[in-house]
Ligand binder design. Structure first.
Ligand code: 2M8
Length: 725
């Protein structure tokens, strides 16, 4: 594992160890000193990567406090830690309910049911899965009881959608979505129970927490529940806050899928969770979709209307697979707009919890704007599920950089990343561990496939060995080839997202035409290319398309690493000579320098291909050659007339993405491995720093690099080889 991540993984584990209270983990050292419902699920999920026993204990401790009716409480209080939080057991008075456990202190509401998802992860990540079977058998009926409770008590019309009845049940306490239903509740101060907020003792800036008006309503609702003795029928009759929330229901639906898989592992019938999963996902898709807003919204059961407030919760049906393909595409475009920092302008972090274009967007207030790791973690999974891999990976990279740069905070300023709320926050640490582990898992998979494919893939592979020739005469071939590449770009490359639609491209007339053109390369003489710009554009475009051609021909699924020596094996014959992507890159475009991973230069003395070497090296090519990285458009068509401007844009968007992280507090900068591999093309260490400064838009970061130039440490970020599919 990369050294950079290893250090931070250690930090994350230390945080979880110091928040461990013997049988469970506190969400935060002082602000939240008890056990919280969904926090524990996420914490167990992170711990499952290195401490199965504690992950299991975390979940079992929580379920020891499950109510007799199946409800899993939002908080399980630690009797030794009372006196620092509001509201505590004396306020909840849950003993009024016949369902509350006798020997546990709990609150009287629930939270998003992430637990089946965590349990499945514990199983998946366990070294000895068979030993986990007994745990699965013990916990499965409890998970079923929890979901049964939700469908029985919280879905009176049997729609497949669960209502929440308190903002704390949503987990996103003061989300702008709750403003309208909460305002409906008129508070009579004289009859409101007296209370004292404790949260502001720990987070001293009230602008980072819910307002007093919100708290009055939180308290009003708890009072109503206890007056009903926590009887659901009574609560339903008088509660003015009954909401079908896309976040809660998406998590429930996704958790049902985990239950199906767990049932199969332990030999139970998966029919019940299967039917729940289908019912809830269909209901989300049909009832919570807001066509004009291009997002899912919550439904207010008092008015029967959707609440037209768009937050990150509205993207989470992707996590459950509940969106149709069309809805997913629409949502995806919304996600990529300025509203949710999708443009990578370098001045905000993906993705804030609320639309940044709204007047009441608030970059530092709790659930009203900052970036939260758990929401983004679920969203990245959702995007992956629908095939938006590049976006998902770019979000994961953004997420990883937040704790690295700003500490393991509860939430982060969506514009400058400053950490807010509590420090040493448990789910931030746990999900950081999971994110890093997931990155490396895919790396390892690539390694295995590599071994397998090696056997199937011996020797050089000439991709343009066909006989069919294009109509264009040889002197027009260069232009004709570029024209076909451009038309492939127009139809099958999404340059904004940096994706290639390989499946459609493979069958397309444009690709057939391109292959025919490449056959004529055997009769093409590169001497026909005139001037630096034309040569640069020709070779860059050819490099990028031979890679696409190779991916299609070799039926690569996930990463070019599946085919060993991919960049050397595939070749085009040009005139009498063969050119692999490596030879185009290191031989032609990099002036025939020895790649750092080889013993010799690509073209030895006397090699006729030396005639086409391009010098001096333009280091900006490294942001234009298909690199699989996210912010420079990984694939584009380079037009020789505009090539300088296009290379400028490619360099600038790369440098202002998460491939370059400037960390003044730590006296270092983390940069893509591209800079390590090609250091000499940039002119050495200091020239790299100058190059970065030239393109950076963040003035503070620029100043830091200029000021600390000699002293600052450079570390290199993991390189993501996943395909730009
Ligand atoms: C926050 O909520 C609690 C009430 O449950 C609070 O503000 O006192 C939320 O962020 C919630 O999602 C989280 O589970 C909890 C503990 O981290 O804190």
């Amino acid at each position: 594992m990369s050294r950079i991540f290893a250090d931070y993984i250690d930090k994350a584990r230390q945080i979880l160890a110091s928040n461990w209270s013997g049988k469970s983990t506190k969400p935060a050292p002082s602000l939240y000193p008890h056990q919280w419902n969904w926090d524990s699920g996420l914490i167990a999920l992170g711990k499952s990567h290195y401490n199965t026993a504690q992950a299991i204990l975390e979940i079992e401790t929580l379920f020891e406090a499950q109510w007799a009716n199946g409800m899993l409480p939002q908080i399980v209080f630690d009797p030794k830690a009372l006196g620092h939080y509001f509201p505590e057991p004396d306020f909840w008075q849950t003993k009024r309910s016949p369902h509350a456990p006798k020997n546990k202190l709990t609150s009287g509401i629930t939270m998003p049911p992430v637990h089946a998802i965590a349990v499945e992860e514990i199983y998946q990540n366990a070294r000895q899965q068979r030993r986990i079977h007994t745990f699965l058998k013990r916990i499965y009926p409890k998970l079923i009881a929890l979901h049964e409770y939700l469908y029985r008590e919280r879905d009176p019309e049997k729609e497949g959608l669960i209502y929440i009845r308190h903002p704390w049940e949503s987990g996103i306490d003061n989300s702008p979505t709750w403003d309208i239903p909460l305002k409906r509740i008129k508070i009579d101060k004289s009859s409101l129970p007296k209370y004292k907020r404790m949260d502001l003792e720990h987070v001293t800036d009230p602008n980072m927490r819910p307002s007093d008006a919100d708290y009055d309503r939180y308290v009003y609702l708890v009072d109503l529940f206890r007056r009903c003795d926590y009887d659901e029928a009574c609560i339903r009759k008088s509660c003015e806050f009954l909401i079908q929330d896309p976040l809660f229901n998406s998590i429930l639906s996704r958790a049902n899928e985990s239950l199906v898989r767990i049932a199969k592992i332990i030999g139970e019938s998966p029919n019940l969770p299967q039917s729940w999963a289908e019912k809830t996902s269909t209901a989300i898709q049909k009832k919570l979709w807001h066509e004009e807003h291009s997002i899912f919204d919550a439904c207010d059961l008092i008015t029967g209307e959707l609440i037209e407030i768009d937050t990150a919760a509205g993207f989470l049906p992707l996590f459950a697979g509940a969106a149709t393909r069309e809805q997913a595409q629409t949502v995806y475009e919304r996600l990529n707009s300025a509203s949710f920092c999708g443009l990578h302008q370098g001045n905000c972090f993906t993705i804030p919890n609320y639309d940044t274009q709204k007047e009441d967007f608030d970059r530092l207030n709790y659930w009203r704007g900052p970036v939260w790791i758990n929401i983004n973690w679920m969203l990245a999974h959702g995007l992956k599920r629908y095939g938006y891999t590049l976006k998902a990976d770019s979000m994961r990279k953004d997420l990883l950089q937040l704790p690295i740069r700003f500490g393991f905070h509860e939430y982060f300023d969506s514009f400058d990343g400053t950490g807010y709320g509590s420090d040493n926050f448990s789910w931030t640490a746990a999900l950081f561990i999971d994110l890093v582990e997931e990155f490396y898992k895919s790396e390892e998979t690539g390694f295995d496939i590599k071994k397998t494919v090696k056997k199937l893939f011996p020797g050089r592979l000439v991709l343009n060995s066909g006989q069919e020739m294009p109509d264009a005469p040889p002197e027009k071939l260069g232009a004709e080839l570029m024209k076909t590449i451009r038309s492939m770009r127009d139809h099958y490359y999404d340059t904004k997202r940096g994706l290639v639609d390989y499946e459609r491209l493979r069958e397309s007339p444009e690709f057939q035409n391109y292959r025919i053109c490449t056959n004529a390369l055997k009769e093409f003489n590169p001497n026909r290319l005139k001037g630096r710009k034309e040569k640069l554009a020709f070779w860059i475009n050819l490099y990028n398309t031979i890679v696409v051609d190779g991916i299609i021909t070799l039926k690569i699924n996930n990463s070019v690493k599946e085919a060993p020596e991919f960049f050397r094996k595939i070749n085009y014959q040009i005139g009498d000579y063969f050119f692999s992507p490596d030879e185009i890159e290191h031989g032609i475009l990099r002036g025939n320098v020895r790649p750092y991973f080889r013993l010799a230069r690509p073209f030895g003395p006397g090699d006729p291909r030396r005639a086409w070497i391009l010098k001096p090296i333009d280091p900006r090519i490294h942001f234009a050659l298909v690199c699989g990285s996210r912010s420079c458009p990984p694939i584009n068509y380079y037009d020789f007339e505009k090539i300088d401007q296009q290379l400028e844009e490619a360099a600038s968007s790369f440098i202002n993405s998460s491939e370059v992280l400037v960390l003044p507090e730590e006296g270092k900068i983390l940069i893509s491995e591209i800079f390590r591999w090609y250091e000499e093309d940039f002119g050495g260490r200091n020239a790299i720093l100058d190059f970065i400064v030239d393109y950076l838009v963040d003035d503070k970061a620029k100043d830091f690099i200029r000021r600390e130039n000699e002293r600052l440490r450079i570390e290199y970020l993991h390189y993501d080889w996943n395909l730009n599919r």
